[in-house]
Ligand binder design. Sequence first.
Ligand SMILES: [Fe+2]
Length: 336
Amino acid sequence: MFKKLFITLFVAIFFTTSFIANASEEVNVYSYRQPFLVEPLFSQFTENTGIKVNVVFAKKGMAERLAREGKYSPADILLTTDISRLIELRDKDLVQPVNSSILSNSIPKQYQAQDNTWFALTTRVRNIYSAKRLGKLDLNYEDLADEKYKGRICTRSGKHPYNVALVASMISEHGETYTLDWLKKVKNNLARKPQGSDRGQVQAIHQKLCDISLGNSYYFGKMLKDEKQKTWADEVYINFPNQKNRGAHINISGVAMAKYAPNAKNAQALMEFLVSKPAQALYAQTNMEYPVREGVAVSKLVASWGSYKADALPLEDIAKNRKTALKLLDQAQFDL
Ligand SMILES: [Fe+2]
């Protein structure tokens, strides 16, 4: 296993060194997003422009790697999910602003940085899934604290970025005192200790371990397209919370330009391509996310879940409450 790791490491180092050789017609990407999703986009970009896209895929450690490489980093573009990861890159001074009217005009204001250091490419809803056996429900996130759901709610770790962002949005809406109380009550309603993935909670509903769970929107599509998981998904409704008030909590996947991007011009061209209508349509079809650009159709399956109202709060405001959210999750002993 270690041998394999070393070979991978060597290949990665060799790969990054080879990046630098032909800087002018290339662009180098560090990506947390998976190959099946971004490779079709990059092929299209290369076909359009002749610029070669080199990608390093990773599951973690992007900020650490960029910090270690410093001004010798070959990275031009950073692709990731979740607002907190983008903010982390900015807080650690690993990115630079990109002043592009194409980017700033194509993306709604609440989904881009005020200082142009990050831009959303897709959005996803934090949904509430509920067992069909309960009938149709009209739920707010606030309702998860209701006593009638005692022992009936399942979720992954409160500290997972998806849930931290949701808690941060609750702080933005209601303040700290309310949110701490809400967290304690939701914890009291849990059927089991927070664990597993968003999809694992729908499986738990299928197993009748609980009736209600939290999960991102695209997982519903992924489960429906999986032979085994379809039986779980068929037993739940996907609910868009808070439709009669502020709207459902939204998170994003996004892009930033690395601070020392050696191919900044090509990098900007790629970023602008990623918000173009064809690229946005491809994102929507492949991963069943919502295109960040207005007027681009979602996939047929996603469209069948209906339209919804999104919380209009700028994601930067939610990001500001991230640390407080983590503190409250500790105080509520949410994961214990
Ligand atoms: Fe996910």
